[in-house]
Design a protein around this ligand. Sequence first.
Ligand code: UTP
Length: 293
Amino acid sequence: MVKPLRKAVLPVAGLGTRFLPATKATAKEMLPVVDKPLIQYAVEEARAAGIEQFCFVTGRGKAALVEHFDIAFELEQTLLERNKQAELDLLNDMKVEPGSIVTVRQQVPLGLGHAIWCARAFIGEDPFAILLPDDLVLADTPCLAQLAEAYQRTGGNVVAVTEVPPEQTNRYGILKIGKDDGRMVEVTGLVEKPAPKDAPSNLSIIGRYVLLPEVIDHLARMERGAGNEVQLTDGMARMIGNSPFHGLRYEGRRFDCGDKVGFLEAQIAFALKRDDMAPAVRDFLKTYIKDCI
Ligand code: UTP
């Protein structure tokens, strides 16, 4: 029997140096796309995939991320007194079950693999999802729900993958692939940030994973990989051959919100999905682009 997927780890302890000075005193994951912080998109996507328990791996200056999911008593009282029902509904919709969010601290950001290892007590013996909040996926079926369905079918590790330009393999975790049915690919190897000439493919992992708990034992070796960081990719690579491992070409479009251009693209794409904003944004783009190009 495949164990149900109920837990998610959200690593949010990175320094966000590419967004300085915005991230000097604010967590990168609190930056909003349109009007919602990245962390909220990630939590909503996880809930839509059946996740019930969340672990934020945090660091210094990240308190607002946890605060964001607490009750804002005075604000809610004021909104009530002012009859602001629509705003109150927004806050009510994002309420999570009491006790469903825990945090662990990654005192020093030694890499994504180290961040996940920090959540080992939360993970225990259960399969778990990982969502990197700075990867935002616009999709009809939320990306993690697609992965969760693939996990149910295979009972093993599943990562969301997409083709990247061959010259960009040195930015991502890259798959070596076996059988490929066009949507699911069998993973036979994983390399973190290979130079284009060494890359086994141009299929890259994005920030959505469903993993078996055994990965923690491999991460516990604390081996340093690319960038002298403890890489999640290296820990995952050690599971290949011991348990099923697949890449899923998810349906949807990914925006790398850890990158300034990706972040701007996400603002536009998500605004264009909003009935209340799309006409004005479209008008602006039409005239602005005409003037600029
Ligand atoms: P990034 O590679 O985007 O790093 O991390 P970063 O520090 O957030 O941003 P830059 O590159 O300095 O601008 C990917 C994800 O992994 C988390 C980050 O918070 C982000 O969600 N992470 C990374 C950790 O939690 N701990 C780490 O040690 C490294």
